[in-house]
Each structure stands twice: as structure tokens, then as C-alpha cells.
Ligand binder design. Sequence first.
Ligand SMILES: Nc1ncnc2c1ncn2[C@@H]1O[C@H](COP(=O)(O)OP(=O)(O)OP(=O)(O)O)[C@@H](O)[C@H]1O
Length: 264
Amino acid sequence: MASEKKTTVLEASEVSVGYSSKKKAIAIAEAISFSIAEGELVALVGSNGIGKSTLLRTLAKMQPELKGTVSLKGKNINEYTMLQLATEVSIVLTEAPASQNLTVLELVTLGRQPHTNWMGSLSEEDISIIQNALLVTNTETLAQRKCFELSDGQLQRVYIARALAQDTPLILLDEPTTHLDLYHRASVLKLLKKLTKETKKTILFSTHEIDLAIQLADKILVMTPEIAYFDTPKNLIEAKRFEVLFPEDTIQFDPKTGRFTVKN
Ligand SMILES: Nc1ncnc2c1ncn2[C@@H]1O[C@H](COP(=O)(O)OP(=O)(O)OP(=O)(O)O)[C@@H](O)[C@H]1O
């Protein structure tokens, strides 16, 4: 049987990311290339400060790329207006938002903004999408609670619900499992996996949970100071790409278990 050709959703070609001041541009990570297909769950891993958040913000056009091209469904992201982009990409960042005073329902409803008319009134379809976002993230019982009352794990699910309410084909998440215990880390990642498989959404998330990413992600983008590797977990393990992530005198990667251990 011929294998189904998947549509490419997000592509980066020789992209450099970083920050520019008046005088000069400072590149944080360079020559990043990858191609992510519809329905794929992709993890972005690398040590602290390597540039994961900077890359995610660049992919969402929140800051310009320094070099190279980011394409969304075959079109350069710079050719999209911000409103067009808001119907294609949602991004969940780690910073605590100013919106903690909202109820869960209000925050998730905000996700519909790019789709509603200028008065912001909700159609039946909007309401049904919001209900579904609450349902699949298991947050419907929290709907009337204020966001500041929630635990980190509950809040993380609410942010995912808001991204789902935005109903974009591509979702970018910056460290969705920070501050969560092992059970909730695994549940959030399993939820992301389920969404990619059941709704064909494409999800790229940054994480320090490399062990879990190896088990759950279809592909992984491994950022190292020299180069970014992009492949399936199996191929990356075989090519020994995880060994270079941390100083080997402290942390060792075991290719048999796909886990890191502390070296005594
Ligand atoms: N607004 C900014 N201006 C200049 N440099 C910045 C800015 N924001 C971040 N940086 C620098 O860019 C580098 C990459 O930061 P970034 O937050 O992208 O890393 P990260 O891989 O997400 O790290 P972590 O795993 O710790 O969250 C860091 O050296 C950081 O100090």
C-alpha cells in the first residue's frame, strides 16, 4: 500500500534566531532547518539558554528571524498578516499572563478572538468549539474558577484549552510541563499526543523532559551549541545525538533505555 503523503505545515530553512539592537544583531542559534507535517507531535529540546523560547517566538512571528525562511503551509510567515497568522498558529508561553483574574471560561473564550466579529459576539459554532476545548482538556469543571486559584497543572491544561479554542492547525507550546509532577507531566504530553492523532493538529513543544519526549514525540529537534538535529527519536538515539546535550562527566545517556542517568 502506498504511504500517505503528509502535508507540510511548518518549515524552517537555515533559520537564525536572536536579538537585534540598533548597532548589531546577536544570533542565539543558527542554521536551523526542519520540516513538520500535519498531525505530528514534535519536541524541541536543548540545554538552558540554548534558544528554544527564542525559536518558538520567531516561528510565531513575535520576533523576526535574523536569517533564513520560516514557512507555514508553504508560504513565508512574513507574508501573513497578524490576523491571518492568528487563525493558523497559537502559542502558549511560560510567562504568567496578566489575565490571571479571568475565569477559566473567559480565558478559554479569548482563544476565539481571531474568529469572532468586531463586536466579539460568539456564534453557536464558537460556543461549541469552546465547550469541546474544555472537554478534551478535562477543564470543564473548572470553567467558573478564577485562573489565579488553579494549580500549575490545571492552569497548563487551561492554556492548552485556550489554544484549542483558537482552533489553529499549528500549536506551539513553550515548556508546557514546567512545575508539574511526573504524573501531570506525562498526562499533558499524552494529551498533546492524543490531539495530534485525533484532530490532526500539528504541535511543537519545548521541553526538558527528554525521556518523555523520546517516548511520545514523532520527531525531536535537538538544539546544541553547534547545530540543530531534527529526526525521529529512534534515529537520533542511533546517531548518538542525545549524548552531546550535557557534559558527559555529569550526565550520561543510555541508548538502551532512552534515559539519562547521573554519573557518579
Ligand atoms: N529579549 C532578549 N534580549 C536579548 N537576549 C535575550 C532576550 N531574551 C532572551 N535572551 C537570551 O537568549 C538566549 C536564549 O534564551 P531562551 O529563553 O530562548 O533559551 P531557552 O532554550 O528557552 O532556555 P530555558 O531552557 O532556560 O528556558 C539566552 O542567553 C537569553 O539570555
